[in-house]
Write a protein that binds this ligand. Sequence first.
Ligand SMILES: [Fe+2]
Length: 416
Amino acid sequence: MKARLPHGRAFVLSGVKFYVAFLFLCVVFLLAAGFAKFMAIWINWVCSLRIARKLVIADKGLNLLLIGAYPLALLYGLGWHGAQFLRGGGATSIEPLWWLPIGVGIFGLVALVHAAIRFRIYRPPACEVDVRSERLDLRTMKSWRERFVGAGGIMRRIALLPGNEQFTIEVSTKTYRLPGLPATWDGLAIVHLSDLHFYHSVAKDYFKLVCEQAAKLQPDIYIFSGDLLDDVRRLDWLPETLGQLHAPLGQYFVLGNHDWYLDPVATRSELARLGWTDLAPHFASIGSPADSSATPLILCGDETPWMGEHADLTSAPQDAFRILVSHTPDNLEWARRHQIDLMLSGHTHGGQVRLPLLGPIYSPSRYGCRYASGVFWRDPTLLYVSRGISGKEPLRYNCPPEVTKLVLRSTPSSGR
Ligand SMILES: [Fe+2]
């Protein structure tokens, strides 16, 4: 095989030399994958901070540029050493400058393998005692493109990509047995919705259908954990969507970082007008309809780091079952310190794209992909992270949107 490497003339690759060249390209590929993972760790961390949207977008652009430039730089910079070796010039030492990007690539590769193993061995905690799910494939419905896909442009083309799961909704009922749940509240049912992201990429009818599915689940409480809008003009979709949901114990919400970017005051006001209670940054005490003397339920909200502060629970009853609605799962340690029994979050969208074997790569959390979605027991808190309903980019693979009803059961040892 004839080859031309940087700084060198064409020469013939044969036998062992061919395999050495192939090995070199494999190493470059692996280092490039590791570097991409390192960049993903960086952008995941940046997106977990209270940073202006323009800076986040600029950082994402820089990330993509560096991810593209890295393998080219390696091929150019290290190709000379490879060419020397293949010509029979023997191995030459690599300049110290190159060890930094190589080290970053190796670090990222180790992180990639570690995250992939963690993703593969993930199992829900033992307190998850029952899961019933069905998938609603909207693409089998008549005129689904006209009804559910948004207006033209690049977002519509993304939405219509083959195999895209944006229009395959997983509707689930999951049951958890929690030691802290008083017997009075046994069977409490919560429908958790997150990350609607009203935008022009997905049509209003899609969200109307999502809310119809949520209504069919007939919970005691509706919770929305933030990121309602990516276009403030879509606020008028609310009456026909979340505005249609009513539960015996109420509807509660917090807002997310995408709402913070736009107009959180108008969003709160419209949600409140439609009967939704704002939980951030305080708590609501809910009495049991079956027993007015029973310990109340405490529902609190958290929109940090983007808005407000953590809820002040000093006046909340110590023995009450505590539920925290936090847009980001990053507030998990605060929840644990404040004896939160159940924490409901979104924000990470499950990563939206989960690669075979590797799992999610992008998950805007300081924990990276660790809490991208799913349920996690971190004593004394059960954290549930929703994959959400949509996203600004309507792209999902191995990560369908979810509408989930959580049914909480007490245990015989529940003393409260
Ligand atoms: Fe979101």
